[in-house]
Design a protein around this ligand. Structure first.
Ligand code: URA
Length: 262
């Protein structure tokens, strides 16, 4: 099937049907779906781009547009409010990669805006950046769905990560940051395929397609473990990142935790 519209449609139809079956409220009747299948747009539309390989996109904007209508995981299509593609400077020197959007991110369409995100923002500011200077993304671009009645978040499954990873890989390829910070075990596993305990991995430089990757704890870990020693470890990792980027490190930054912890 070479027509991208037909390809996209073929991919979208199972999701639309599932949506109709699961929720019983989608306005996609059989007649309507069949009419859609027969319809030919005057020119290929962006929404259909999700059928095209992420690797084929040459810039971030069309990649984002295609990711926003991705239907690779029908169960996530049915549960998400939106796709959280990523945010920040498309030419950033530094990129943070987390796990997956939570409820706040799903609602607002932006990564790391909930409690863990607020802590990440503080770390970014303490490094001397703003959120507009750097780029923030996740291994999974949709919020992992939750069983009805359950609160909180769940870890993405291996299948979800595998389906979503091409978006992140292309995102990284187009941004070409000078360094990446992998936040937590899911980010390291998604990017590097490593499943060693975080205690062994954090503070180490790894390599992703020749881009140095610093592994550190996820900010939500710090929210649950308020000990100064764990916060200091993350800060030490961030100092290594600043050093790697050739950024000046002030005396205040060097002694941040010695002073802040008093
Ligand atoms: N946790 C993540 O890993 N990513 C987000 O975007 C928010 C919370």
């Amino acid at each position: 099937m070479s027509d991208p519209f037909q390809q996209g449609l073929a991919e979208a139809l199972p999701a639309l049907r599932a949506l109709k079956g699961d929720r019983g409220k989608a306005g996609a009747s059989r007649t309507c779906l069949e009419a859609l299948q027969l319809a030919k747009p005057r020119k290929p539309i962006r929404a259909i781009a999700s059928a095209v390989s992420p690797a084929s996109f040459k810039t971030l904007t069309p990649l984002r547009e295609a990711a926003l209508v991705c239907t690779k995981c029908p169960h996530l299509v049915a549960s998400r409010k939106g796709v959280v593609f990523g945010a920040g400077n498309p030419s950033a020197d530094l990129m943070f990669v987390g796990e997956a959007p939570g409820a706040d991110e799903d609602e607002q369409g932006e990564p790391f805006v909930g409690p863990a995100g607020q802590l990440l923002t503080k770390i970014i500011l303490a490094m001397g950046f703003t959120r507009d200077d750097i780029y923030i993304s996740n291994v999974l671009k949709c919020r992992p769905d939750m069983t009805v009645g359950m609160t909180g978040n769940r870890k993405p499954t291996a299948d979800e990560v595998e389906a979503c990873l091409p978006w992140l890989e292309r995102q990284i390829d187009l941004i070409r940051p000078k360094a990446i910070v992998a936040l937590g075990a899911t980010a390291v596993e998604g990017l590097m395929g490593l499943t060693e305990p975080m205690g062994n991995l954090r503070g180490r430089w790894l390599d992703f397609h020749e881009i140095p990757v610093m592994v550190t704890y996820h900010p939500s870990y710090l929210l649950h473990n308020q000990s100064i020693s764990e916060k200091r470890k993350v800060w030490e990792d961030m100092l290594l990142v600043l050093e790697r980027l050739g950024r000046p490190i002030s005396a205040k930054q060097k002694s941040f935790f010695t002073v802040a912890s008093k």
